[in-house]
Ligand binder design. Structure first.
Ligand SMILES: C[S@@+](CC[C@H](N)C(=O)[O-])C[C@H]1O[C@@H](n2cnc3c(N)ncnc32)[C@H](O)[C@@H]1O
Length: 184
């Protein structure tokens, strides 16, 4: 990640109007996975932003490690409630502890280098939950690198079992939700 990209995110979170977009209600993928987690599950939230997923997880008694490169995300979030540990780190370089998490979560954060390693970060029986923008094929238009291609998530996580997914049109774009599980 470039310094310019980090500053872009810090600028977004420092701005009241733009930062508000990532401080709202949690993403719907959380409803898929919350009922499945064991008590006091260990959760890794990648590119967490200002904790909109981490807060409801911690409120259910889970232990969340929220990782984001933009320190302003955590400043915006204010004091972390019990159960949330925040870490400012660049996920292009930081690597998760192996077999340590009951859930790895990535909501609107795509890192194709890191993706194939996420299965190894899960405990046996652990879950990987993703929510992301998916590029809809449009004649003549290029596909932005930060968008998933339809079906790409299955290839990136071929080492895991797919439990549930949806890819659907949402506004002018696509939206994908995916839930995978590591075998026991
Ligand atoms: C679209 S926001 C999503 C934030 C949050 N997951 C949510 O759904 O509200 C993407 C987040 O990824 C973070 N990010 C981007 N590149 C990163 C990197 N290389 N390492 C860590 N975090 C990164 C940004 O700072 C930003 O908070």
């Amino acid at each position: 990640m470039s310094a310019a990209e980090r500053e872009k995110w810090n600028g977004i979170y420092a701005s009241d109007r733009q930062g508000e977009r990532f401080s709202g209600p949690p993403a719907a993928i959380l409803d898929w996975v919350l009922p499945l987690l064991p008590p006091a599950a260990r959760v890794l939230d990648l590119g967490s932003g200002p904790l909109r997923q981490a807060r409801p997880l911690a409120a259910e008694g889970h232990l969340v490690l929220a990782v984001d490169v933009a320190e302003e995300a955590f400043r915006r979030a204010g004091a972390s409630p019990p159960g949330i540990e925040t870490l400012v780190a660049d996920l292009d370089h930081w690597r998760p502890e192996p077999a340590a998490f009951d859930l790895v979560l990535a909501v609107h954060y795509l890192n194709r280098e890191l993706a194939p390693r996420l299965g190894a970060a899960l405990r046996p029986g652990g879950y990987l939950a993703l929510e992301a923008r998916v590029a809809l094929p449009q004649p003549g238009a290029g596909i932005p690198a930060h968008r998933l291609l339809p079906g790409e998530a299955f290839r990136l996580h071929a080492d895991l079992r797919l439990l549930r997914f949806e890819e659907k049109a949402d506004k002018d774009e696509g939206l994908g939700r995916y839930l995978f599980r590591r075998s026991r």
